[in-house]
Design a protein around this ligand. Structure first.
Ligand code: HMG
Ligand code: NDP
Length: 403
């Protein structure tokens, strides 16, 4: 077996580069050698980073220059009853976080939803986007390209879909800014989050655009997609799954579980999530949807950077005659149950807990179900935090559980 200390020495002496170690050893040995090298260079001890439970070779599609694993504590919330389009019945949801009080809060919301008879959830729209930018001579030529694209979507779909057995091109919308033409391609990526799939498919379609029009590709992603940046287009048009969850909770249950009233929760929501967010120019009219989305993404092998889009959510709360109605609509929740980090051991186990392992039948139904479960848990978190604010329990909760 190759000696990791010897490999680390060869890197130190400039004979090998860190990323070349995979060509000289199996992935686990290469990771050990890198760790030894980094420990020597930075005078640190990486023993804990080296204690990871997944097989190093399974992480090969997910990481370069691997030195080990980071561990984040995982908790669980639920069960929560969901009457969904793709999910029916009780589900548990593993959440990974370092924020004390978060799991307790989401769990409290789940327990209230369960006691109230469950939540309703639906995926309302589904489409992963990639928007390349092309250069043209002037706005006249830009209009010609845009018109050609509108009339030849079928030809673009044929090219795009030649690269995937699952993805379907559902729309191409042109946007013109002077001599730049952006084409926002939208795909049904089924159970995959779909960013690799959409990117590869779009590159193929761009070849057709360049062959058939005067447009010249500048960048395969022109930021009108929009991936991993705050953007109104995602909040309005959606990206990934647009998913909503709602619940009705009778007054006695609101008071028992949340120690406040429907009226006080509704007022906190209006003044904080609606008026406060409007004044702040926020895209997210919610309290902390990103908390549940991030913790679920971490536990379930999703792309963490897409929490940016997952925070595009609006919470509504109203007092009705017999109780409280609340809803959460997330415009752009980008989730998958195949690909990305879903195959890593701990993430795959967590997906099993939710009951959404691998491809669904029909394809896409597992990712729909995952979106509905996350939206319901995020609604639970909204209700619990709004209640804590309304009952002035937020800082005491974090004193007790978060420090
Ligand atoms: C902490 C609670 C839940 C106590 O709330 P409580 O009502 O005193 O709790 P309880 O002991 O009566 O238990 C009620 C239920 O809560 C759950 N629960 C209770 N404790 C636990 C626990 N240890 N582990 C797991 N679950 C727990 C559990 O479901 C339990 O029901 P049961 O199962 O017993 O029938 C409440 O005060 C609370 O939710 N506070 C809000 C905390 C919160 O939401 N923090 C989120 C992060 S804030 C942030 O990051 C964003 C922010 C605030 O900056 C965004 C913004 O600007 O708004
Ligand atoms: N390339 C980029 O610009 C970006 C990439 N990423 C990364 O992309 C990765 C996610 O991309 P993604 O395309 O989801 O995943 P993968 O690249 O891992 O590809 C998933 C593949 O799984 C196959 N597949 C099998 N069963 C199914 C099913 N039921 N439904 C859908 N597909 C199925 C599909 O193959 P087939 O297509 O042959 O049918 C699909 O392309 C993440 O690691 C993320 O971090 C994130 C942002 C940007």
């Amino acid at each position: 077996m190759t000696d990791p200390s010897d490999l680390a020495r060869r890197v130190r002496e400039g004979e090998l580069r860190l990323h070349e170690l995979d060509d000289h050893a199996d992935p686990e040995t290469a990771a050990t050698a890198r760790r030894l090298f980094v420990e020597g260079e930075t005078d640190t001890d990486l023993d804990t980073v080296g204690e990871y439970a997944f097989a190093a070779e399974t992480a090969e599609p997910n990481i370069e220059n691997m030195i080990g694993g980071t561990q984040v504590p995982v908790g669980v919330v639920g069960p929560v009853d969901i009457d969904g389009g793709a999910v029916a019945g009780e589900r548990y949801l593993p959440l990974a976080t370092t924020e004390g009080a978060l799991i307790a809060s989401v769990n409290r919301g789940c327990s209230a939803i369960r006691a109230a008879g469950g939540a309703t959830a639906r995926v309302l729209k589904n489409g992963m986007t990639r928007a390349p930018v092309f250069t043209v001579e002037d706005v006249g030529e830009a209009a010609t390209v845009a018109a050609w694209v509108r009339e030849n979507t079928d030809e673009l779909a044929e090219a795009a879909e030649s690269t995937t057995s699952h993805g379907e091109l559902t729309d191409v919308t042109p946007y013109v800014v002077g001599d730049s033409v952006f084409l926002r391609f939208t795909y049904d990526t089924k159970d995959a989050m779909g960013m690799n799939m959409a990117t590869i498919a779009t590159e193929e379609a761009c070849g057709v655009v360049e062959d058939e029009t005067p447009a010249s590709l500048v960048a395969l992603s022109g930021n009108l997609c929009t991936d991993k940046k705050p953007a109104a287009i995602n909040a309005v048009e959606g990206r990934g799954r647009t998913v909503a969850a709602d619940v009705f909770i009778p007054h006695d249950l609101v008071e028992e579980r949340f120690k406040t009233t429907a009226d006080a929760i509704a007022e906190a929501n209006t003044r904080k999530n609606l008026v406060g967010s409007a004044k702040a120019g926020s895209l997210g009219f919610n309290a902390h949807a990103a908390n549940t989305v991030a913790a679920a993404f971490l536990a379930l092998g999703q792309d963490i950077a897409q929490v940016v889009e997952g925070s595009n959510a609006i919470t509504t709360v109203e007092e009705r005659e017999d109780g409280l109605y609340a809803s959460l609509t997330i415009a752009s929740l980008e989730v998958g149950t195949v690909g990305g980090g879903t195959g890593l051991a701990t993430q795959a186990e967590a997906l099993e807990v939710v009951g959404v392992t691998g491809g669904g039948d029909p394809a896409g139904s597992n990712a729909d179900a995952l979106a509905e479960v996350i939206a319901t848990a995020a609604l639970a978190g909204e209700l619990s935090l709004l209640s804590a604010l309304a009952s002035r329990h937020l800082s005491s909760a974090h004193e007790e559980l978060g420090r």
